[in-house]
Design a protein around this ligand. Structure first.
Ligand SMILES: [Zn+2]
Length: 484
């Protein structure tokens, strides 16, 4: 007998427990993928397993439902496998230890993988059910969502017939997600020239931007937080406009999709200018503190002067000036808000990493937009600005967004069923971050899609919990939508 035996809906919890017995952290999905393939094989369901581990399973329409348009159901098979600190469990080899307590399911000392094991369990239970008559179901179970959505990017969906999809990878019951952002990584390489001239009468100054909160470059881009790279770049731009400044070293941020918390530069300045520079930096620091007040209060500027005579590699005053002028001309932060969804950022970019490369300064941005054309326009705009300063731009890993549909028969239907079952309206939301729906929307013509799921808390942590009653309500709701 399983830990979840006896819980309702029985079949959903049965499959959730089966999945939990198979280690299925991202990058370790062969066994779970084979399990899903075998599930389809045993039931004589049409299925495809590709070399990336993705599995597509089709259940033909029940008698009387042959004329209904098919539904696509989608979930991802991998989970974020994390164990509590000090716990010796090998998540690559050992099953999850499921427990129940106070109406919730969790896994002892580890993440539960309700994200997105419960989505997979719903799909299997639906493929298996004899209780209700359903239209044709096309189930997409993707591999390695949590580590870059590789499965969704590679999957071939040309055999599908459906154009309406319910994605089951959402963590809050009663919320319908109906739009997400696409994105791209943009690297701007600005040339710098080596300086061989005399540095008599100059000394070095280390400038550090510190104490910022950082955050997710999508969902937190509109919180008014400071971007350490942008602040440092703007300070350097201001300095180079006024004095002879030569860049020696610079580094800021860790990933293009995280708002950087810290950045630092080592520059050469004239000793004679030191007092004026000090005054300028103090005034700028105060200005930023005022700007960030109430939003990012920890910000401060650290300055360390070195009376060093070490002849470090450095770059000419002119090319240093040009590089930071280019940085300041390039946009950063929120570009546009959505006209359709209140409060939603439609297009943004984040200067996530600033680093020195062999031939100059590299600025790495994460660009996001729910509207593909806006993302492309922004990239083009950046290319134009950068090329005027002799910089080169490379755009990588572009993936489509999932734009809000003004007309969505699926959303209308799901809203009506929700209202009927629960006597209230669902919350319809859009997010400024990437979801698989965006990538799949780029592969299925005219896709009408809504993302839902039961209540999960603390996902991606060892404290993850799933609400049992909520799993039941979402199951009833799914049956009501699909069977009506
Ligand atoms: Zn997920």
């Amino acid at each position: 007998m399983g830990v979840l035996t006896g819980l309702q809906p029985e079949n959903v919890f049965h499959y959730f427990e089966e999945i939990s017995r198979i280690p299925h952290g991202s990058g370790n999905i062969k066994a779970i993928s084979d399990y899903l393939r075998d599930f389809a094989k045993e039931r004589n369901l049409y299925h495809v397993q590709d070399k990336f581990g993705n599995v597509v399973i089709v259940r033909e329409a029940s008698a009387g439902f042959e004329k209904e348009a098919p539904y696509i159901l989608q979930a991802h098979m991998d989970m974020v496998a994390v164990a509590a600190e000090g716990c010796a469990i090998d998540m690559k080899a050992e099953p999850l230890k499921l427990k129940t307590e106070a109406g919730k399911i969790y896994a002892e000392h580890t993440s539960l993988g309700g994200d997105d094991g419960i989505g997979v369990a719903y799909c299997l239970a639906l493929l298996d059910t004899e209780e209700v008559s359903l239209p044709r179901l096309e189930v997409i179970l993707t591999a390695d969502e949590e580590t870059g959505m590789q499965g969704a990017k590679e999957i071939d969906l040309s055999l599908l017939q459906g154009h309406r999809m319910i994605n089951l990878d959402q963590e809050e019951e009663g919320i319908f997600i109906v739009s997400c952002a696409g994105g791209a990584r943009v690297d701007v390489d600005i040339p710098l020239e080596d300086d061989f001239t005399d540095r008599q009468g100059m000394h070095q100054l280390t400038l550090r931007v510190k104490g910022l909160l950082g955050g997710h470059s999508g969902v937190e881009i509109d919180k008014g937080r400071g971007n350490a790279n942008w602040i440092l770049g703007a300070l350097l731009c201001g300095l180079t406009l006024r004095w002879d400044i030569r860049l020696s070293k610079i580094q800021g941020g860790q990933a293009d999709n995280a708002i950087p918390r810290e950045a630092e530069a080592l520059i050469w300045v004239r000793e004679a200018d030191a007092a004026k520079i000090e005054e300028f930096l103090k005034a700028e620091e105060d200005k930023y503190k005022r700007e960030l007040d109430g939003k990012d209060v920890g910000f401060y500027l650290e300055k360390v002067y070195h009376n060093s005579t070490v002849f470090d590699k450095c770059y000419t005053s002119a090319s240093t000036k040009q590089a930071f002028a280019c940085l300041c001309k390039l946009p950063n932060g929120v570009i546009d808000m959505s006209a359709d969804v209140e409060g939603l950022v439609e297009t943004s970019l984040n200067l996530g990493v600033m680093s020195l490369q062999e031939n100059g300064l590299r600025l790495s941005y994460a660009v996001r937009s729910s509207v593909d054309r806006s993302r492309e326009n922004l990239c083009r705009h950046m290319i134009e600005i950068a090329e005027r300063t002799g910089a080169r731009v490379e755009i990588r890993n572009a993936y489509p967004g999932w734009a809000y549909r003004k007309e969505s028969p699926l959303r209308d239907k799901m809203t009506a069923v929700y209202r009927e079952l629960y006597g209230k309206e669902p919350m319809v939301q859009a997010i400024h971050a990437g979801l698989e729906c965006g990538i799949l929307a780029g592969k299925i013509a005219n896709l009408d899609c809504v993302s839902i799921g039961p209540d999960l808390s603390d996902v991606h942590t060892a404290q993850e919990k799933m609400d049992i009653a909520s799993v039941g309500r979402v199951w009833d709701y799914l049956l009501a939508v699909l069977g009506s």
